[in-house]
Design a protein around this ligand. Structure first.
Ligand code: AQP
Length: 333
C-alpha cells in the first residue's frame, strides 16, 4: 500500500516556504491513491532550545494552521509526534544501526552546529535518525518534502537498508521523496542565498501564514532586490537570486511558470511587481488566516483532532514496533 508520511516542526508557525515547498502538496495528496499521515514533529523542535509554554502554544497553533490550509482529519491522520512513544523507541533502535559518520556528514547538522560541534546537543546530530523512525514506524513509502530535506531522506533510505541487511529481512520499504511543484526551495526575503526559515532571527526574512495584509505588503516592500527591472527571459534571473526568488513565489502562488510570470512582468520595476506579489499573497493567505483564527478560538477542537489522530497513529505503529522487537531479539512488553 502507498502510504505518505510527512512532518513539520512547531519551532514557530508555518511560513510561505513550508507551505509552498511541502504542506500545499500534503493537502493535494489527500485522496484515494495514498493513505496520508501528517505530524507536528515536536520532538524534533527540542533539538533547539524551546520555552515550554511557547512550544505547547506553537504545537496547537501549527495544528490549527494545518487544518486551516486543508488537512482534513476525515481523510488524513493528523497528530503530534510526542503522542506516539514509538517514534522515540524506534529512533533508539535505529541509532544502533546508523554509523556516526553518516550523521556527521549531514549539512543541516553542520549548518546548525557550526563550529560548536562538541557542545552541540546529541539530539541535533541524531535528528535524521528520529526522522527515519517517524517515517518507517508507519512503513511510509512516499514523503512529500521541500528540497532541503532531500539529504535526510536519503539517510532514511540508508537506515532502512542497513536494518534490512543487518537482520537479513525485507522489512522496511525505502521511502521515496516527493519534491513537488515550482517552489521547492523558497529563499529568505533578506538574502537570496539562504532558505526561508522559521528560525531566522529576522521576521522580515519570511512571510508567515498568519501575517496580515499590511505586514505582507511591508515585508515584500522591504524584500531585498536589485535596481534593474525584471528581465523578460528566465536566463536573466540566473545571477539575480533575490529577483528569482520573488518570481518563483509569484509563480507558485499564481499557478504560473517562470516564463509566464516574466511575459507579464518583464521590464516592469520591482515596485510594480511587488504590489502584484502582495495582492496575490494576500488573496491566498487571508482566508487561511481567517480560518485559523476561527479554529484557535476553540483550542479544545484542535486538541481533540490531535488526540484522535494520535490514537489512530499509535494503532498503526504498534504492529511495526512489535515486529521490530521480534526481529532484533527483544522481548515484547
Ligand atoms: N524555505 C523552504 N522552501 C521550501 N520548503 C521548505 N521547507 C522548509 N523550509 C522550506 C519544508 O517544509 C517542511 C517542514 O519543515 P520543518 O518545519 O520540518 O523544518 P525545516 O526544514 O528546518 O524548516 P524551517 O522553517 O527552516 O525550520 P527551522 O528554522 O525550525 O529549522 C519540510 O518538508 C521542509 O523541506
Amino acid at each position: 500500500m502507498k502510504r505518505i508520511f510527512s512532518g513539520i516542526q512547531p519551532t514557530h508557525n508555518m511560513h510561505l516556504g513550508n507551505y509552498l515547498g511541502a504542506v500545499r502538496n500534503w493537502v493535494a495528496l489527500q485522496g484515494d491513491e495514498f493513505e496520508t499521515i501528517y505530524c507536528v514533529v515536536d520532538l524534533h523542535a527540542l533539538t533547539q532550545p524551546q520555552d515550554p509554554v511557547e512550544l505547547r502554544a506553537h504545537i496547537r497553533e501549527l495544528a490549527a494552521t494545518l487544518l486551516a490550509v486543508g488537512i482534513d482529519p476525515a481523510r488524513s491522520i493528523l497528530f503530534a509526534q510526542s503522542q506516539v512513544p514509538g517514534h522515540s523507541e524506534l529512533a533508539w533502535l535505529f541509532s544502533c544501526v546508523t554509523p556516526l559518520g553518516w550523521l556527521r556528514r549531514m549539512t543541516q547538522f553542520k549548518d546548525k552546529a557550526g563550529k560548536q560541534q562538541d557542545t552541540a546537543m546529541h539530539g541535533l546530530l541524531a535528528y535524521p535518525v528520529l526522522m527515519a523512525a517517524d517515517i518507517l514506524l508507519y512503513k511510509g513509502t512516499h514523503v512529500p518534502v521541500g528540497e532541503d530535506q532531500k539529504q535526510h531522506l536519503e539517510l532514511t533510505r540508508d537506515i532502512a537498508q542497513s536494518f534490512n541487511q543487518r537482520y537479513g529481512v525485507d522489512f522496511f520499504p525505502l521511502p521515496e521523496p516527493q519534491i513537488l511543484g515550482s517552489a521547492t526551495r523558497v529563499m529568505s526575503l533578506r538574502d537570496g542565498s539562504k532558505k526561508m526559515s522559521k528560525s531566522d532571527p529576522s521576521d522580515y526574512s519570511r512571510i508567515n501564514m498568519t501575517d496580515d495584509a499590511d505586514t505582507i505588503a511591508l515585508k515584500f516592500r522591504k524584500a531585498k532586490t536589485d535596481p534593474e527591472p525584471l528581465p523578460t527571459e528566465a536566463e536573466g534571473l540566473a545571477t539575480r537570486p533575490e529577483a528569482e526568488n520573488l518570481v518563483n513565489i509569484y509563480g507558485a502562488l499564481a499557478g504560473k511558470d517562470v516564463a509566464a510570470v516574466l511575459a507579464e512582468f518583464g521590464g516592469t520595476p520591482f515596485s510594480t511587481f511587488k504590489g502584484a506579489l502582495t495582492d496575490i499573497a494576500v488573496a491566498v493567505l487571508a482566508p487561511i488566516g481567517g480560518e485559523m483564527r476561527r479554529l484557535m478560538a476553540d483550542p479544545g477542537h484542535v486538541d481533540a483532532v490531535l488526540r484522535q489522530g494520535g490514537e489512530k497513529a499509535a494503532a498503526l505503529a504498534a504492529p511495526t514496533l512489535a515486529e521490530v522487537q521480534d526481529i532484533m531479539g527483544l522481548l515484547r512488553p
